[in-house]
Design a protein around this ligand. Sequence first.
Ligand SMILES: [Ca+2]
Ligand SMILES: [Ca+2]
Length: 246
Amino acid sequence: MRFSKETLAAAVAAVGCAGFAMDVDAAPLDTNLVVNGGFENVDGGTTGAYGAVLILDWSHSGSGAFAYTHDGSLGAGDYANGGSYTGPAYTGGGSFYFTGGSANAAQGLANALTQTIDVSTGDTGAAIAAGTAFVNLSAIFSGYSVQDDHGLVTVEQLDSGGGVLASTTITPGGNVQAWTSLSDSAAVNTNTTAIRVSVYASAAFAGGSSDGYVDNVDVQISNVPEPGSLALLGLGGLAILRRRRG
Ligand SMILES: [Ca+2]
Ligand SMILES: [Ca+2]
């Protein structure tokens, strides 16, 4: 598991102020808010199809979702690289990555791995209330051979009643044979109190194993949009942005 220095400092400060009632709600700005977004925290004793290992820290409506490996760890396969690990390892992704798996394990948004993150207090809460907040999301994606199975990451903005105010998804949308980084950014609705992060795969082959692979899931609240997303906004979007922020 990976904590930034900022997250640790915030946690230490929260413990210091609140004693046993640790305030985990005060999410900091410009910090990855996803726990185990790199899928490195796994249970090697619980395996799925093709030697995949159980991913920890995320919620799942079923019996869990599983990870393959970049580097042969725990004997799991590297299907983004064709099958059994033969090296060299993909660098920058640690040891494990999410796979959609078989029999609807994590296929489609309804079967996604999820994390719901409270952003209603602290610096994120203040930025959202001020109308200046963006949610920036990024991840890397791959797949198996020429199959069109693909991974998806969705970030939903939730109001205090759990209603979905806005939704942003990044996905290659089809076959991708090399790890590919994608990112996007969205203005945060001022009524947002939590964000729900979902990681899942397409169900391109009904009843089969969906080889939508995802790693390095990063979701941050910031007062500035993800730089890479500016190109996607285009000139019209930039003009709107200037008016909003001017
Ligand atoms: Ca990883
Ligand atoms: Ca497949």
